[in-house]
Design a protein around this ligand. Structure first.
Ligand code: ZN
Length: 539
């Protein structure tokens, strides 16, 4: 690992081109790094990691001529799977001043895992688990440290960090180094045991290759995440030790936003995959019964406007409304329910709030209602908006993870577990610091007959409805397709939610493909192929 002393270079900026050329980086890049007003100029700034043995020896030999440069040994991140786990694992980068402050405060004798902010936003209060560790008795962080910036690297930073090796030095009040007090042996950080299955992750990655979208799969019996892929992805090894400025800019400016974890950070209109939830709301509130039926002449006249269905279904009964995804049926149901009850039932399934997965930066989406619209948009709610709400269009926004979690609610007939990736945290000495337990975060009360009806409707989607391509030999799959309009005239987002086996679910999957057309054409085959891999895996 090669560092420079910013203070020396700031005082002798004419040395920057020479030092930069010896380090094989551009003078501009080096100047930008050392002049950054947010760094402590007296703390060595890491500029190169993973230098070859020969390069390190060359630099050490010329140390006399390059007093600004320090060469030291340090463990380095290496992501053997590259892009495959990029969004889940995240990446590391040099600690910022704010992070240093925050971590130094927290590292005071104990390791804490603050559960994501989502819980606080849920109004459920923030829970915090505290773990004591023998490693955490000295200051854990200094300004030269690398810390997790995204993904699990960030969420579990304080566990993964361990004790950096290094020197204890005496410094002036300004942080200027006076003398070396002692050499400290490095201690490795804790290990995370994940619930992800590498083979299923690989399969999801391949199936989404060339698409812009996400696949999330959960075990509905625990909330464990089995696969979580967002495409396009990035190679986290690019961030080791520091991402070159031009590559960083390319990633940031890429219109396909490869740094974005679409599974949790992009919210979309759910479209027709919202219909089973509207159907349950209808049954529970009594605006629908299992014997309800409507006539679909290809749409619904509301006031002066004709709301289109995607085809002319004729007579549609309750099960057919889900299996054939009739918009007319849901325009009428939504009109009877009204926006407040639609919002109430959407929130029952966790929509509109972060699902609370153990990853940072999760988006909460949006469950609109008239009160929200008055506050946020200073506008009244219009009747037509209620109709669109019923088919998952309009202001409603959900992430693929949220839809997987909500689908878990149907699969489990009302019980929703917190989605999570980490099964165990194991200290370097083998002690288990933490074991995840299934945690119920929502419990939806509905009559058993109504759960049966929704699930039967979703089974028919695959048996004889819009997702016949999701049939798997020997396994009853329940699902729902969706095509969400997001721009007038543009191609629709393609959605599919599913769980299987329908009677005793062991897996829930949600696929989203941006601007890919109909759910049945793109998201369904992806989910079907992934489910085949899941069941072939002997799961
Ligand atoms: Zn219809």
């Amino acid at each position: 690992m090669v560092s420079v002393l910013p203070d020396l270079l700031r005082r002798n900026p004419e040395r920057i081109p020479l030092v930069a050329s010896r380090l094989n980086i551009s003078p501009d890049e080096l100047r930008e790094l050392v002049m950054n007003p947010r760094i402590n100029p007296y703390v060595p700034l890491v500029v190169l990691k993973g230098v070859s043995y020969q390069q390190a020896v060359d630099l050490l030999e010329s140390q006399y001529n390059l007093p600004e440069v320090e060469v030291s040994l340090q463990a380095m991140r290496w992501y053997p799977y590259g892009k495959l786990f990029a969004h889940v694992v995240g990446y590391v980068g040099q600690i910022s001043e704010e992070e240093l402050k925050a971590y130094q405060q927290m590292a005071n004798g104990e390791w804490r895992v603050a559960r994501d902010e989502g819980q606080a936003a849920n109004g459920e209060g923030q829970t915090e688990s505290t773990y004591h560790s023998p490693l955490a008795t000295r200051a854990l962080y200094d300004g030269a440290d690398f810390v997790g910036k995204s993904g699990l690297e960030r969420q579990y930073e304080r566990f993964l960090h361990g004790m950096p090796g290094g020197e204890q030095v005496e410094v002036t009040p300004l942080g200027r180094r006076v003398r070396l007090l002692q050499q400290i042996e490095p201690l490795p950080g804790a290990r995370l045991v994940l619930s992800l299955d590498a083979k299923l992750q690989q399969r999801a990655y391949e199936l989404l290759q060339g698409r812009v979208g996400a696949l999330v799969a959960l075990d509905p019996r625990t909330g464990e995440v089995l696969a979580c892929v967002s495409q396009p992805a990035f190679d986290p090894n690019l961030f080791v030790p520091r991402i070159p400025a031009d590559i960083w800019r390319t990633l940031l400016n890429d219109p396909q936003a490869p740094l974005n974890n679409r599974a949790i950070q992009s919210a979309y209109a759910p479209g027709s995959i919202f219909k089973p939830f509207v159907a349950l709301a209808g049954l529970e509130t009594g605006v629908l019964t299992i014997r309800s039926s409507v006539s679909c002449p290809g749409g619904y006249q509301f006031g002066r406007r004709f709301f289109r269905c995607w085809r002319r279904h004729g007579a549609v009964d309750f099960y057919g409304s889900i299996a054939l995804s009739c918009d007319t049926f849901y325009y009428i149901t939504a009109q009877k329910l009204g926006p407040e009850r639609l919002a109430y039932w959407a929130r029952q399934f966790g929509l509109g709030a972060p699902a609370g997965i153990d990853l940072p930066h999760e988006r909460k989406g949006l469950v609109p209602d008239p009160e929200w619209k008055r506050r946020a948009l200073k506008q009244p709610w219009y009747g037509g908006e209620t109709l669109n709400y019923g088919i998952g269009q309009g202001y409603l926004l959900t992430t693929p993870l949220q839809m997987a979690v909500a689908t878990m609610g149907i699969a489990n007939r009302g019980v929703i577990y917190r989605p999570h990736l980490v099964r165990q945290i194991v200290a370097p000495d083998g002690r288990v610091l933490y074991t995840a337990k299934p945690e119920v975060i929502h419990r939806i009360q509905a009559s058993p007959a109504h759960w049966d009806a929704i699930i039967e409707g979703m089974v028919r989607v695959v048996e004889r409805g819009t997702a016949r391509r999701a049939k798997i030999a020997g396994v009853a799959v329940a699902g729902k397709t969706g095509s969400a309009e997001f721009r007038k005239g543009g191609r629709t987002h393609s959605w599919f939610i599913a769980f299987a086996p329908a009677e005793n679910p062991r897996v829930v999957v949600c696929v989203l493909a941006e601007e890919a057309g109909h759910g049945s054409e793109v998201a369904v085959p992806i989910a079907a192929e992934w489910l085949k891999a899941f069941f072939a895996n002997g799961e």
